[in-house]
Design a protein around this ligand. Sequence first.
Ligand code: BES
Ligand code: MG
Ligand code: ZN
Length: 503
Amino acid sequence: MNHEPYKLIPEDFSPVPSLDGTGPELHFVDGFGTLDAIGVLVPSEGDVPAAVGLHRETLESAGFDGKPGTTLQLANASGTLVVAVGGGKPGSLDSDGWRKAAAALVRATQKHSRIGFELSDTAGMDAERLGQVLAEGVLLARYNYDTLKSKAKGTPLAEVQFLAPGVDTAAAERGVTTGRVKVRATTIARDLCNAPPSHLTAAGLASAAKELGERFGFGVEEFDKQQLIDLRCGGLLGVNAGSAQEPRMIKLTYQPEGSPTGHLGLVGKGIMYDSGGVSLKPSDPMHLLMKMDMGGAAAVLAVFTALRDLGCKASVSGFLMCTDNMPSGSAYKLGDVLTTRSGLTIEVKNTDAEGRLVMCDALTLAVEDGVDGIVDIATLTGAALMSLGQLTAPVFGNDQRLVDLVLESGGRADEQLWQLPLERAYRPQLDSDVADISNLGGPYAGSTTAALFLAEFVGETPWAHIDIAGTMQSDKDDAWRSKGATGFGARLLIDLALGYSAE
Ligand code: BES
Ligand code: MG
Ligand code: ZN
């Protein structure tokens, strides 16, 4: 008899299932075709659009006041569901508001596949921008990770028609195309984060990156364990010591046509699963999420899938530092001293502070590459979640110009950031008796001491650090965020790369 070995991972498992389909059609139209549901923007005051067929008093008595983000489903005799979509004060919706309105509509029509959206009061919006944010809202809110379910949960969206009187349709459709590319990238990041930890190893992520590189026009170099030893990446290798899986560094390169406006370095934390290592995490439901500890690496990889299609004019290099963090007989221990690529030695005081250990080698390599600026993104500290919650990510940096660029990109993407001070006075908390630095700060300001650690490895190169431990994941469906991995950082870093130039 032939015995098949047990395989946890199905052979046909795709780490980015969302790329399999083509996605719904999105169009700006002069009149609606056949639809299952129609959303109508209803402001909080003034006339109710005729398509709703009800007076304001009736809507109000049903509890609908037109506030942004709210919806009311109205069954009617024709069979087409009508949804009142709150628009706030007439003409008040900005990019974020329109993105949220589109998201609210597709959530209120979860069982419908052909949807219309009648807009009004769009005069204050640039048509291209309007098309982009509507596409983002619709597609991001309808995201579902159901590749491992026997039966898909949601009804797939086939088509959305936007009826927007007075809007330049050609410009709006250009915006839709841009929005689609950004959503495709975000969706790749979400899929990678939602994948179960044993389904997506460091080597598996490298294979996925290679496929994406061929498809979307960027270079991918994979560094295996021996090559990392040759590169003296002692941080990444130290964290990997307890794992049955090999580590990988994945280097991504994008070159624009013509002479580049600058060279941007992006670094992502790729901890495929963070058990804490020997400093084992307690069995808390939150730690179920540690499969997403590669959210930074996923966001950086996602960015590269958009650069060619959106005509990025800067060169971009990406470094993804990938391994899981596991306890075992071969694991690194508290008190161990790691020698990093920079030459700096690190005393390990907590094996759960592993993110900074893998990131530091990448920061050194990015500096060696001669980039004009570095932005790193990492699910680095629980303190980021504690201080700013799931909606806002702290950003730190050594260069206010670069931090400001990052903040502005976050604003445009509606990926909220808040700058925290890189308080140098806390740096002595990282002192070590036996090595150059330790990987553990004091009990307070954990996100800051983690950032101070990273700052040691960038020298004078302009650098910004985004801690997405809080924002990588959402507990609930909320506007463009769908429950589960959010893909946070992908759209903001795409925006940054598209506008990037050396000083
Ligand atoms: N991956 C975690 C941070 C994290 C926590 C991400 C919650 C997402 C949600 C990181 O590796 C970690 O364990 N950090 C420690 C650092 C501490 C030991 C200094 C933390 O924040 O507790
Ligand atoms: Mg950890
Ligand atoms: Zn971690």
